[in-house]
Design a binder for this molecule. Structure first.
Ligand SMILES: [Zn+2]
Length: 375
């Protein structure tokens, strides 16, 4: 039917534009055009009667509802990228702010007072949660008590526990228990768990693109509640784009032979990637799920020994952190141990290959597979 509509519109445009109509009426095509337009009118009429679809009537009248503009604040650069895409799709005149600058470490970023104010006046604050933003926790709590709506995403995408290397028992117990108990207690108790003790949940969910896709849907649905269904539609659209790109990331990471899928990382941040693609995080320079912890010299010594024992030839550093410790461990472990910097805590700047969430993940997958596949 759309081609018939086009014919009708064209005929109407020609009729209203005097000189064009006069010009075209001078050649033979006008009569056949007019015939087509008549038959199209008949078909159009019967089609409208058959379908009786209110939405198609709206389309025909051009009476689309105005899209609300929103003001959304995201904490991390990864979330800011995805949220920015959703908002640009649904309501391009809206405001999407990301608190953390490129290269900031999400664990220790603290907001300015202007940023705190922007959280309170926004329609929605989107945070990672699960104690990723340790330097932002107070500001988030204060913003919420001042009336901001804060959506913490990580708890909503089936988070995994830290430390899969602790064995299967833990994983099984965790799955059964966390669903009911986690939500309400977390806020009050996390003070004691500050160092990401064994058993706490891993906030670095963006290393699983399918979880990030789910997050895009969750965010779109949350915005749709008050601001229109188009936000949910755009959340789904961006989720589909992320899932599509995940196929390329998967192909790269699964191109590494299974016995070479061993990661040494700067801190315990790649658990989701390891879980999804069959990798092992054999050790971390900072023995913690947070960059705020510091390794003892004994722990660094252990890591050097582990690298020697396992024959690991790469340490993956984090662009949001100095590589000093990773460089020192690599130097101690041997001349042929290289340090490869991934985009872990933050997107990269212009021309980094990690300017948005999807390109960040693709670049990480290229760096990991490139470094691990023996030449
Ligand atoms: Zn981290």
């Amino acid at each position: 039917m759309s081609s018939h509509k086009l014919v009708l519109l064209t005929a109407a445009a020609l009729a209203s534009a005097g000189s064009l109509a006069a010009c075209s009426s001078s050649d033979d095509s006008t009569s056949s055009g007019s015939t087509a337009s008549q038959s199209a009118t008949e078909e159009e009429t019967s089609s409208v009667e058959e379908e009786a679809d209110p939405s198609s009537t709206d389309d025909a009248n051009g009476a689309e509802p105005a899209v609300a503009t929103v003001s959304v604040v995201s904490t991390t650069t990864q979330l800011g990228s995805v949220v920015g895409d959703i908002v640009a799709c649904a309501s391009p005149d809206s405001t999407a702010i990301t608190l953390m600058p490129i290269g900031a470490d999400p664990h220790d970023f603290s907001p300015s007072s202007a940023q705190v104010a922007s959280m309170v006046t926004s329609d929605l604050v989107i945070a990672n949660g699960l104690m990723l933003e340790e330097g932002l926790e107070d500001a988030l709590e204060n913003a919420a008590s001042d009336g901001a709506t804060v959506l913490e995403v990580a708890p909503l995408v089936d988070p995994i526990p830290f430390g899969d290397e602790h064995g299967d028992e833990h994983g099984d117990e965790h799955g059964d228990e966390h669903g009911d108990e986690h939500g309400d207690e977390h806020g009050d108790e996390h003070g004691d768990e500050h160092g990401h003790a064994h058993g706490s949940e891993d906030p670095h969910f963006w290393f699983d693109m399918n979880r990030m896709a789910t997050a895009a849907e969750v965010i779109g649905a949350e915005l749709a509640k008050d601001h229109g269904e188009v936000f949910a539609e755009c959340g789904s659209k961006i989720a589909d784009e992320i899932r599509s790109a995940e196929q390329d990331v998967r192909a790269l990471l699964e191109s590494v032979p299974a016995d070479q899928r061993v990661l040494i990382t700067d801190h315990d941040a790649l658990g989701y990637l390891a879980d999804v693609y069959g990798y092992e995080v054999a050790g971390t320079v900072i023995p913690s799920g947070s960059t705020l912890a510091e390794p003892s010299s004994a722990e660094l010594r252990e890591l050097v020994d582990l690298i020697d024992d396992e024959g690991v030839r790469v340490i993956f550093a984090n662009s949001a952190e100095p590589t000093t410790l990773a460089d020192a461990v690599a130097a101690e472990a041997g001349a042929d141990v290289q340090v490869v910097t991934l985009f872990v805590g933050s997107l990269g700047g212009p021309d980094s290959g990690a300017e948005d969430y999807v390109s960040m993940m693709l670049t990480n997958a290229e760096l990991i597979s490139g470094a691990l596949i023996a030449p």
